[in-house]
Write a protein that binds this ligand. Structure first.
Ligand SMILES: O=C(O)[C@H](O)COP(=O)(O)O
Length: 251
């Protein structure tokens, strides 16, 4: 019989900087009340579908951590083991961190804006380590060798730093037959989806992940998705929210 494993991806709920339309990256902003409600709804969807996580993996950023906590509370799974890694953090947005998306689009034009936002291998300019929006000296990265602390990243960089965690920390949980919840970010989840679905470097530009809606992947014995793209637990809300993410900056 073919083994089937369950993996649930959850982008954090709306953050304060999502609401303000600012590039965020590694800046540690909180959830808005709407984002908190999205996280709770995400947990309710898990409970309704009997997809109760056995273990949760999060980034070290509070919008993902709090989303996981709120979702697990709503699913009555407060008690499950938690693991966190900087490798699940949002893409470091370099010098764009703290900048308004619409103003950046107006200043640099659509081509450059989309290159920075969605190209696979073009990072934004680096963020100086002493910039007000730099996290280079943040306590949570104190044990991270300085050569691993990014000052900017493209999606290709995120794939490279995320995959070791996937293979070494998440896959062993999946292989044990646990229902694994990953609470992370738009671009760290795009990196994982690219890997799982075998999406090309070009095609990945068109993939957007909405906040707060669980995305279920069922994986076969070789950890390949049985359904390419997985299944959003609220497909109608996901479709609408994906359009909104795609058009950020254009309003
Ligand atoms: O870091 C950010 O600004 C967002 O979380 C992701 O933004 P993006 O959809 O513009 O890449």
């Amino acid at each position: 019989m073919t083994a089937e494993y369950r993996l649930i991806l959850l982008r954090h709920g709306e953050s304060e900087w999502n609401a303000k339309n600012l590039f965020t990256g590694w800046v540690d902003v909180n959830l808005t009340p709407k984002g908190e409600a999205e996280a709770v709804r995400g947990g309710e969807l898990l409970r309704e579908r009997d997809l109760l996580p056995d273990v949760v993996h999060t980034s070290v950023q509070k919008r993902a951590i709090r989303t996981a906590q709120l979702a697990l509370e709503a699913a009555d799974r407060h008690w499950i083991p938690v693991r966190r890694s900087w490798r699940l953090n949002e893409r470091h947005y370099g010098a764009l961190q703290g900048k308004d998306k619409a103003a950046t689009l107006a200043e640099f034009g659509e081509e450059q804006f989309m290159l920075w936002r969605r190209s696979y291998d073009v990072p934004p300019p680096p963020l100086p380590v002493d910039d007000e929006y730099s996290q280079f000296h943040d306590a949570r990265y104190a044990e991270l060798p300085i050569e691993l602390r990014p000052q900017t990243e493209c999606l290709k960089d995120v794939v490279a730093r995320m995959l070791p965690y996937w293979y070494d920390a998440i896959v062993p949980d999946v292989r044990l037959g646990r229902t694994v919840l990953i609470a992370a970010h738009g671009n760290s989840l795009r990196a994982l989806v690219k890997h799982l679905d075998g999406i090309s470097d070009e095609e990945i530009a068109g993939l957007n992940i909405p906040t707060g809606i669980p995305l279920l992947y069922t994986l076969d014995a070789d950890l390949r998705p049985t359904v390419r793209g997985g299944e959003y637990l609220d497909p109608a809300a996901a479709a609408e929210a994906i359009e909104a993410v795609k058009n950020q900056g254009k309003k």
